[in-house]
Design a binder for this molecule. Structure first.
Ligand code: NZQ
Ligand code: ZN
Length: 387
């Protein structure tokens, strides 16, 4: 067990109808609100009207059109400008992880006099940030329960995971019924993202029994319930189990006492979605079995074998390498079974820019210090194998 220092200050209000408490929660935080949302799903579902009526006594400024893989320009910059022009006191994010991530960057940028990219790129440490409240409509990123956001900058092909203790949401409302309308491809992308969040924490050592068990329960919950919601999108218990397993994703609770893995699959995927604007969870699912295959070694095999036995139910009497190889095949088949295209070519990526992307990852987010270290050539090999 490795030492840890854990603090997770977000108030998580979870369940059917919890959004009724929105005004009561927001009142002490501020009256002038920046309401942020995406491309219109909240208008189609009726949630937009609901929020407006709950907040009828507040002064609301809106920032809409935040795209998946949220962009620094225009979304973050527009949000910062709106906060400054309207003396905003609190940001209310209503949508998926992209809307919330963008809102986090806006929250810090609004309290900074320079270019907000200074903060996102860690050139300058933020001194303060606006408080954030969110209503989550997707189960995926765990942004509702963590202190980070991921922002894309198209002119430089950067997609940066920006973490800062100031960015924990003050309060997150998670009502799984809002996820009933998430289309199947986004549902499975969200589950694949959450599975990978757990993998990035589980595939490391030293670890410990308790956190391993928590991670294993997370994997099994996601892998079982995704089939149920694909069959019946309005199965509340299944959506709720997925929402909770996703919420825990990136706030560190899955991996208390486990050493850091270095999050290699995320680093690789962020390059793919920065260069090609693909859906994050889909990119991760494609990369995952190829990463597992590439890093399988004497050092990594015990963790892969443990995963195979405890999560996938593989016969423990088989040799560890056999279990590990079976696990890789079973993960590939699992992703396929839930409808994920398992080749980069199917999402519009070919070999043209692989060298460039591998170089970008190796120079901006080096993976040579990971639990399973990857050189630039290794990163390129994993991408090529994923074609
Ligand atoms: O824009 P709208 O119209 O709202 O539609 C969205 C979007 O098109 C739609 N959607 C969301 N809720 C819906 C819905 N459609 C119908 N019904 C609903 N209830 O789904 C689409 C995808 O939304 P998005 O917010 O992009 O998805 P997600 O939550 O998966 O977020 C992805 C982003 O988060 C980053 C990813 O890299 C990506 O940029 N990540 C953030 C992390 C974090 N903050 O901790 C960690 C992750 O590893 C990840 O990198
Ligand atoms: Zn992720």
């Amino acid at each position: 067990m490795v030492n840890f220092d854990y603090y997770s200050p977000t108030r998580l209000i979870f369940g059917k109808g919890v959004v009724e408490q929105l005004a009561e929660v927001m009142k002490p935080i501020g009256k002038r609100v920046l309401l942020t949302y995406g491309g219109g799903s909240i208008k189609r579902s009726g949630l937009y009207d609901k929020v407006k009526s709950l907040l009828k006594d507040f002064e609301i400024t809106e920032l809409s059109g935040i795209e998946p893989n949220p962009k620094y320009d225009p979304s973050v910059l527009d949000g910062v400008r709106l906060c400054k022009e309207n003396d905003i006191e609190v940001i209310l994010s209503v949508g998926g992880g992209s809307v919330l991530d963008c809102s986090k960057a806006i929250a810090a940028g609004a309290k900074y006099d320079g270019d907000p990219w200074d903060l996102i790129s860690y050139k300058v440490k933020a001194q303060s940030a606006l408080p954030i409240v969110d209503i989550m409509t997707m189960a995926a990123t765990g942004s509702e329960y963590d202190a980070g956001g991921v922002i894309s900058r198209t002119d430089t092909n950067d997609k940066i995971g920006y973490m800062d203790e100031l960015l924990w949401p003050v309060c997150s409302f998670v009502d799984p019924t809002y996820t009933f309308t998430v289309p199947p491809i986004q549902t499975v992308a969200g589950v694949a993202d959450a599975i990978d969040h757990i993998m990035e924490q589980y595939f490391a050592s030293p670890a410990n029994e308790l956190s391993d068990g928590f991670c294993e329960a997370g994997f099994k919950t996601l892998m079982k319930n995704v089939h149920i919601v694909l069959e019946n999108p309005e199965d509340y218990e299944a959506r709720a189990n997925i929402s909770l397993a996703c919420a825990y994703g990136c706030n560190g609770i899955y991996s208390l006492g486990i050493a850091s893995s270095g999050w290699p699959m995320h680093a690789i995927e962020h390059a793919l979605s920065a260069y090609y604007d693909i859906t994050h969870g889909i990119g991760l699912a494609i990369i995952t079995p190829r990463w597992m295959k590439h890093v399988l070694s004497e050092k990594t095999v015990p963790r892969f074998a443990k995963f195979g036995v405890n999560v996938l139910g593989i016969d423990p009497s088989l040799k560890p390498f056999e279990i590990a190889k079976k696990s890789i095949d079973m993960m590939f088949d699992f992703y396929k079974s839930i409808g994920i295209p398992m080749h980069l070519r199917e999402v519009g990526i070919d070999e043209t820019r692989i060298k460039e992307m591998a170089h970008h990852v190796a120079t901006t987010q080096p993976l040579d210090g990971c639990w399973a270290p990857l050189s630039e050539d290794d990163i390129a090999a994993i991408m090529l194998d994923s074609l």
